[in-house]
Design a protein around this ligand. Structure first.
Ligand SMILES: N[C@@H](CCC(=O)N[C@@H](CS)C(=O)NCC(=O)O)C(=O)O
Length: 257
């Protein structure tokens, strides 16, 4: 059996499927795809994932994409490889439904909005450093129309109203999660699941650095406590230590990993 994981920096989607691989103790070949060099749009990578995005899981030659799908696939393909804290997807239908509810919420109402701020601050700097003419050539190689638009907007700048809307969505999510953590120790109940990994990867790990104006430590103390519990897991700590080529000077944005 061979597993290959194509990924970028241990952040957001690349972190989200790396953590379950490590939590489950699965041996895998780690293949770094350099987003700074646009490797994700190059023919060798588009041959693996026609959507030109990371991460990608290759299990014995079968390609699986999209992190929520990859993470559930790992549960189905390797049900017996689980951390001591319990399965990453609860075995009972109610627990599994709760985990999926949070995954859906994070995928639809958190991920894209945190991503917009990330692209505004980080990818925008990269995109503006590329010369005109060269940039249009790079755009032409992006397979997904929405991603092409996102790259173009990152260069020209997201509108203030879109950025404000994204901030509002994130604040709503933080309050919702703070309330949930008043009811249960983890997002989907009494055990750590893929839902915790999802929110941690997209938002939890770096929210204070990204949004200092939200006063996270005072307004969302349970979230901070939860974040420290996630960070203390050896699998998470190991994933956060993996290769990071974020351009110097941009690293402060993404937080102390
Ligand atoms: N829905 C996808 C999203 C993947 C995604 O947005 N990947 C980003 C990195 S976090 C990417 O490859 N961006 C580079 C690009 O689109 O050019 C998933 O869950 O895997």
């Amino acid at each position: 059996m061979t597993l290959k994981y194509y990924h970028a920096e241990p952040l957001a989607n690349s972190l989200k499927s790396m953590v379950p691989l490590k939590e489950k103790g699965l041996a895998y070949a780690s293949i770094y795809v350099d987003l700074h060099k646009f490797e994700q749009h190059q023919p060798w990578f588009v041959a693996i994932n026609p959507e030109g995005q990371v991460p990608v899981l290759d299990h014995d030659g079968v390609i699986i994409t999209h992190t929520t799908v990859i993470n559930e696939y790992l549960e189905d393909a390797f049900p017996d490889d689980q951390p001591a804290s319990g399965p990453l997807r609860p075995k009972d239908p109610v627990g599994a439904a709760r985990m999926r509810y949070w995954n859906k919420f994070i995928d639809e109402h958190v991920m894209n909005f945190v991503s917009m701020h990330g692209w505004h601050r980080l990818v925008g700097v990269i995109a503006r450093n590329i010369e005109s003419g060269e940039f249009e050539k790079l755009l032409a190689h992006i397979p997904l129309p929405d991603q092409r638009k996102k790259w173009a907007t990152a260069r020209s700048g997201f509108s203030e109203s879109d950025l404000q809307n994204a901030t509002d969505k994130i604040e709503y999510a933080l309050a919702k999660i703070e309330a949930q953590l008043g009811e249960t120790a983890w997002l989907a109940g009494d055990t750590y699941t893929l839902a915790d990994i999802n929110f941690f990867s997209h938002c939890g790990a770096m929210v204070e650095r990204m949004f200092p104006e939200m006063a996270v430590a005072t307004r969302f103390p349970r979230l901070v406590d939860w974040r420290e519990r996630v960070k203390a897991r050896p699998a998470v700590a190991e994933a956060l230590k993996s290769e990071d080529r974020t351009a110097p000077g941009l690293r402060t944005w993404s937080g102390d990993r």
